[in-house]
Ligand binder design. Structure first.
Ligand code: ADP
Ligand code: MG
Length: 323
């Protein structure tokens, strides 16, 4: 017998074990009733993933569940927020129980790891799988990591190794080949991005500005610069390139991929010179690398410079090097 909308919700979405004390009423009524801490700002974000636009419809459902939440937690991380609650709007072409079971496994494994409780949502039938998650978190007033705080002289940093997800996509489209030793690694980087929550929290009071990289480092740093009314000099030879990236592409293509491909969900942030030592001490405890890649400048524009002082020409943002 086909699964009804309501038994589907009960079976899959109301079943999360986690129960937060600040959820007075969760899934099952017309609305959730939530108790935000009185001394904190509520931080709210929402992202949609569309089948065959943001993920391959045939991809591992566990990875899809993970990623749908991870991209939202990444936005909370970029604000320095502590994650708390989520809502989920799910449009499905069919109620495939095997898909739902695995989707929920990926979603709830990540949610439980960060103490995020699913408190509501909507489930609809439609022509393609569309997943929208809204995530909520908290930050003490005045301590959010915004895009508009960077000042000339601040160092520019990035977590992790950008470009890995772009490499996985290029490989999936047959535009480049990746050695067998790196395939599982880049697939994980594309399908299971790890939201940099711990890093975002540690950067409160340290970073002057922050953004998460969803559309490419150069483009997203550009958004931060625009909001901060500043420019930047970026040392392309300082970019932290994974061995998967350097083994698969020539150096310029690897740099291009790290700068211009999306889906990394790393943090890019700026730190004033007087807090550099504090950052370096903090970052030694992180489970990902943290690399200084440039400096904020007073003149607008993003200058990409090689170690020998020459300019690195990024054809244009969104240019497909593999196309
Ligand atoms: P209504 O018609 O009043 O909007 P629904 O029948 O859509 O309510 O949903 C019933 C309950 O199940 C609500 O509490 C809603 O938040 C929850 N819900 C529905 N779909 C989902 C989902 N995909 N994930 C989490 N909760 C859901
Ligand atoms: Mg409804």
């Amino acid at each position: 017998m086909p699964l009804s909308e309501f038994s589907l919700i009960d079976r899959y979405f109301a079943a999360q074990g986690l129960q937060r004390a600040d959820v007075a009423l969760g899934i099952g009524d017309d609305c959730a009733l939530l108790l935000p801490p009185p001394d904190q700002q509520l931080v709210v974000t929402l992202d949609t993933l569309v089948a065959d636009v943001h993920f391959f419809a045939g991809a591992d459902p566990e990875g899809i569940g993970h990623k749908a939440l991870a991209v939202n937690l990444s936005d909370l991380a970029a604000m320095g927020a502590t994650p708390a609650w989520a809502t989920l709007a799910l449009t499905l072409p069919e109620a495939d129980e095997n898909w739902l079971k695995r989707f929920c496994r990926g979603l709830f494994a990540l949610a439980d790891r960060y103490g995020v409780q699913l408190v509501g949502g909507d489930t609809t039938h439609g022509p393609a799988t569309v997943i929208t998650i809204q995530a909520h978190g908290f930050v003490p007033p005045g301590q959010a990591l915004r895009r508009d705080g960077a000042k000339p002289g601040d160092g520019i940093y990035v977590t992790g190794t950008p470009g890995d997800a772009g490499l996985a996509l290029a490989a999936a489209y047959g535009k480049t080949t990746v050695g067998a030793a790196y395939r599982a690694y880049i697939q994980t980087r594309l399908e299971r991005p790890e939201p940099r929550i711990a890093q975002g929290l540690a950067l409160r009071g340290v970073a002057s500005a922050a953004i998460d990289i969803s559309d490419g480092l150069a483009q997203d740093l550009g958004h931060l610069l625009e909001r901060s009314s500043a420019g930047a000099r970026l040392e392309v030879d300082q970019l932290p390139l994974s061995s998967a990236l350097t083994a698969s592409l020539d150096r310029d293509a690897a740099i291009f991929t790290a700068l211009a491909s999306g889906d990394d969900y790393e943090l890019c942030f700026t730190v004033p010179p007087e807090r550099t030592a504090q950052l370096e001490a903090l970052a030694t405890d992180w489970d990902c690398c943290c690399t200084r890649i440039g400096v904020i400048a007073a003149e607008s524009g993003l200058r990409l410079v090689r170690a020998d002082g020459s300019t690195f020409h990024l054809e244009r943002l969104g240019y497909d090097h593999f196309g």
